[in-house]
Design a protein around this ligand. Sequence first.
Ligand code: ARG
Length: 459
Amino acid sequence: TANTMWGGRFAAGPDAIMEAINASIGFDRRLAAQDIAGSRAHAAMLAATGIISDSDAAAIGEGLLTVLSEIEGGTFQFSTALEDIHMNVEARLKEVVGEAAGRLHTARSRNDQVAVDFRLWVRDQCDAADEALAALQKALLGQAEDGADWVMPGFTHLQVAQPVTWGHHMMAYVEMFARDRSRFADARKRMNLSPLGAAALAGTSFPIDRHMTAEALGFDGPMANSLDAVSDRDFALEFLGAATICAVHLSRLAEELVIWSSAQFRFVKMSDRWSTGSSIMPQKRNPDAAELIRAKIGRIFGANVALTMVMKGLPLAYSKDMQEDKEQVFDAADNLMLALAAMAGMVGDMTANRDSLKAAAATGFSTATDLADWLVRELGLPFREAHHVTGSLVALAEEQGCDLPDLSLAQMQSVHDGIRQDVFDVLGVGNSVASRTSFGGTAPARVREAVAQWRKVLG
Ligand code: ARG
């Protein structure tokens, strides 16, 4: 049988496979609350502008709340024949309130309807991401507070570079996640304009008030161009862009936790709550959550690429291709929120192994740069020459099978006769980090400043 929404022109209903490829109700039912909020704002505006009667608008507004409670209560019968959430809601509204329901779609199209629903949904996700990121920052800040002066190796190329502090390393991620928050906030601000009232593509001849519906839905105003309003999915792409970068950051931290919790590093111990065992190897404590977070970037970046490809080359205005926007964003958002929550939990519960960190900090000639700096400062050597002298001392220590502080003064003087006993002061890892007081440096005093500032921001 022909469709009740547009059956006037059709003699026959769709092929079953046509229905299967066309329907979006399987996933866009997640937009139910947004759809109903949009419809309620639209109906109220239609009455305020005299386009429909107050009594029809009241019946529609009430009826939509009934439909919403049916959906939330799980009693709503979704129908694939009705394609999507918009027509499912409207069809049920007709059953609930009768004829008045038919007036709701005046001066509106599913094109602006879906655009407004999806914008509202993505806007909520920006807020959710912000909240989840703030919780993760707090967990990192707690770690940094505890270990502001715990020394550990800093790495470049995953080779020991210079000693840093645990707190400094944690605060590096606080900064990264702050940028992620600002990216979501920025995207939110730009997306916060209403497409409602663009109708199918050209606007409408009815005397609608787009400012009124925009305000009712918490938008900063209406989008300026009706063609753009129904065609734009930049807001979803920006969300996915911000999510992708955030997932990159999560994957880097996850990777560090995987490495750090290994028997070779022993930098951190994950709590039982965030570890898994092995069905065969009794000794195992696997960092599965960290590994899964490391992997989430795959589907999040995948969603970003997929939607970018969907939008590429689409002529204006709406094309059904754009229905493919939702599953990508839903999946990316769900997995981002899960990853953020898991990371906050893991970081909050993990225990840094202060002794392992300290022991590792002294390996790999990590204070060689401090030695070179001493030669510059105390003996007036040009840095390039100091670099060369220090390189020879490292080679000597390596030959002797010892670390730099284990060389005798005589051995040091055999490489450069100006070296004095007080050089040993700078070879300790504690002194090394304490000396790095430049702005943004790893000195515990600097780390405590950064922690205090963030504590004020995060509460
Ligand atoms: N289900 C559609 C979507 O998600 C709604 C808009 C359909 N508009 C149309 N003219 N077919 O994009």
